[in-house]
Design a protein around this ligand. Structure first.
Ligand code: HEC
Length: 154
């Protein structure tokens, strides 16, 4: 039901109307959002993939809900025009291709939102195998966007 709203948000991701403050602020919020995603992803990886003996259903649900909430928060608003250059907490790694290939940018963004919401659903089951599988699908969407639109560091 909510997907329509999310799609609308994402498809507006290159329009000036969605810009959330100065370029440096957008980059800073963006980098913070992804760092928060990484923390929550690492908790699930640890408990459902690497050390299933430490699995704690409530913690995994909390982490999955945090990921879904971040995905649903309208991150597209942090991709205003001109934000492929600039310094937030550090120099941005967004590739200019993000703005040159809006359909692809939208596609990877939507895939991420869909799989993040699926993970939140699957987490409720408490089934480690299912959570691990769905976490893998989510990870592919992170990678899908990074491979295309994030500058490599090493
Ligand atoms: C729609 C594209 C997209 C998706 C989906 C995405 N990322 Fe990223 N990610 C980026 C971009 C672009 C940057 C660089 C941001 C910047 O520097 O402005 C980034 C940066 C990061 C960073 C570095 C943050 C920092 O300190 O600068 C981490 C960690 C990260 N992403 C993790 C993840 C994880 C984990 C997921 C999935 C759960 C994910 N990302 C999904 C595009 C994406």
């Amino acid at each position: 039901v909510k997907l329509k709203v999310l799609l609308a948000t994402l498809s507006g991701l290159v329009s000036a109307a969605t810009v959330a403050g100065p370029i440096e602020d957008q980059i800073r919020f963006r980098q913070s959002a992804y760092t928060f995603l990484a923390w929550n992803s690492s908790r699930i990886k640890s408990q459902a993939v690497d050390h299933p003996e430490t699995f704690d259903k409530d913690q995994v649900i909390a982490a999955a809900n945090a990921i879904a909430a971040t995905a649903n928060s309208g991150l597209g608003a942090l991709y205003g025009a001109g934000t492929e250059k600039g310094i937030g907490w550090k120099t941005t790694r967004l590739k200019p291709e993000f703005f040159q290939q809006p359909d692809d940018a939208s596609k990877v963004g939507v895939a991420f939102i869909v799989e993040a919401n699926n993970l939140a659903k699957v987490a409720e089951s408490g089934d480690v195998g299912q959570i691990k599988a769905q976490f893998g699908k989510l990870g592919e969407t992170c990678k899908g966007c990074h491979d295309k639109f994030r500058i490599k560091t090493d």
